[in-house]
Design a binder for this molecule. Sequence first.
Ligand SMILES: C[S@@+](CC[C@H](N)C(=O)[O-])C[C@H]1O[C@@H](n2cnc3c(N)ncnc32)[C@H](O)[C@@H]1O
Length: 186
Amino acid sequence: MKKEKNRVCPVELAGSLDNKIRKWFQNPQKILAPYIKEGMNVLDIGCGPGFFSIELAKMIGKDGKIFSVDLQEGMLQKIRNKIHGTELEERIKLIKSEEDQINVPEKVDFILAFYMVHEVPNKNSFFETLKNVLNEKGQFLVVEPKLFHVTKKEFGLTMQIAEQAGFKVTQGPKLPFSFSAILKNG
Ligand SMILES: C[S@@+](CC[C@H](N)C(=O)[O-])C[C@H]1O[C@@H](n2cnc3c(N)ncnc32)[C@H](O)[C@@H]1O
């Protein structure tokens, strides 16, 4: 059961993460507007096919930079195809990570982990690594799916692990079918 919960979302399901219907109830610009300013450095960890990365790249403008990181090269290729030949190609740095190695080369002002933390087997090491990647005044938005994947208890336990790693956990935005929290460097 636990093993199944940690299974990564396969590339074949990328279409279910990146479509117009999802935008109706999870509009990236609306969700992220309170946290993003032009010129920021941001990290989209577990970016998948880029549903959030593309909009984040637009929001940070030409002076910003986004690291879009995923375990699966197939997901990164979907983003590469979308931004090829556009101005976003300059802003989006695609990084293939390993299970316990995130490989982000510099600190960031904002981290997004949308519907991905439940796929991470070693959450202690995950949050400890990201604690070092986030700037002192930075914010880290964690969103997890309620339906089928994550119970309230499990989300609470995940936030306890984030606290043990040194994050201060605060209330996140209210989003349909989801749990959320904003983590700060405590
Ligand atoms: C359900 S998808 C969500 C994608 C995207 N955040 C979204 O909301 O559209 C989860 C993604 O996280 C990636 N992932 C899982 N564990 C990871 C890890 N330890 N490091 C980086 N990416 C990871 C998977 O490959 C998958 O693309």
